[in-house]
Design a protein around this ligand. Structure first.
Ligand code: MF3
Ligand code: CO
Length: 249
């Protein structure tokens, strides 16, 4: 069941989104060769807790840390670790959730560690571009898979593949609400979009194949072929007009 939010609920969600964006900004500034993903986790946690919010991912289905930090061929759900030291040329996908006023903000970005290859820069840009291609279709009256299809065609026309095994989602009092928001699909299908829907749209885009595998830790998801992956996610609200991004500073 899709939960439609009131204007007041969207106002509360924007506050959660702002805290999420503040934590992301602190992590963005800290990313450099030599830092560990556990240090990034602590930086994000301190911002979230300092704002009186709760790190949504902590203990979600037993998840052991506050954020996800996925390096290079890791797609999502990388567990921050003091042994995981970032090095020049890496890319790191940071996924952060913050709960404030009982509502969740959910957001992801992929950052460069020092100087990275042109191939990785292009991947990060295309992943962001695919999010915005989808956002254009987040309008009342459109169908959900119009959004999905726009993301898919943007990425695939540039030679990338779209992860199938993990998808975006509705978001509100719970991190995962209906509907699922795949990053691939047939235009003209899916539920009809309506003002008051709040969605986490989160393309995960790969250089190589879209197939995934889960690591022995039970969380970390990698590309099957070992090629790099990027992630770009915002929590958005549908309105009577332009969609509104809630995970902003
Ligand atoms: N942003 C991710 C998602 O939308 C975060 C889940 S990670 C978990 O599913 F650790 F909380 F499970
Ligand atoms: Co999400």
């Amino acid at each position: 069941m899709i939960i439609i939010k009131s204007e007041n609920e969207i106002r509360l969600m924007r506050m959660a989104g702002k805290v999420t964006a503040m934590a992301m900004e602190a992590v963005r500034k800290a990313v450099r060769p030599g830092i560990t993903t556990l240090e990034l986790d602590e930086i994000a946690r301190d911002v979230i807790v300092g704002c009186g919010a709760y790190p949504t991912f902590y203990q979600y289905n037993g998840y052991p840390k506050n954020i996800c930090a996925s390096v290079n061929d890791e797609i999502v759900h990388g567990i921050p670790d003091k042994k995981k030291v970032l090095k020049e040329g890496d890319i790191v996908s940071i996924d952060i959730g913050a709960t404030l006023n009982g509502y969740v903000g959910d957001m992801a970005r992929t950052f460069a560690v020092g100087e990275i290859s042109q191939e990785k820069k292009d991947l990060i840009e295309a992943t962001k571009g695919s999010f915005y291609a989808g956002l254009e279709f987040c309008r009342e009256g459109n169908r959900l898979y119009d959004v999905s299809h726009a993301i898919q065609s943007y990425a695939e026309s540039r030679g990338y593949s779209v992860v199938r095994d993990y998808v975006g989602h509705g978001v509100g009092k719970n991190m995962h609400e209906d509907p699922s928001v795949p990053n691939y699909g047939n235009p003209g299908f899916g539920v009809r979009l309506k003002a008051g829907m709040t969605l986490a749209i989160e393309p995960m885009i790969n250089i190589g194949v879209y197939d995934t595998k889960v690591c022995a830790d039970g969380w970390t998801v990698k590309t099957a072929d070992g090629k790099a992956s990027a992630h770009y996610e915002n929590t958005i609200a549908l309105t009577k007009g332009e969609p509104s991004i809630l995970t902003v500073l």
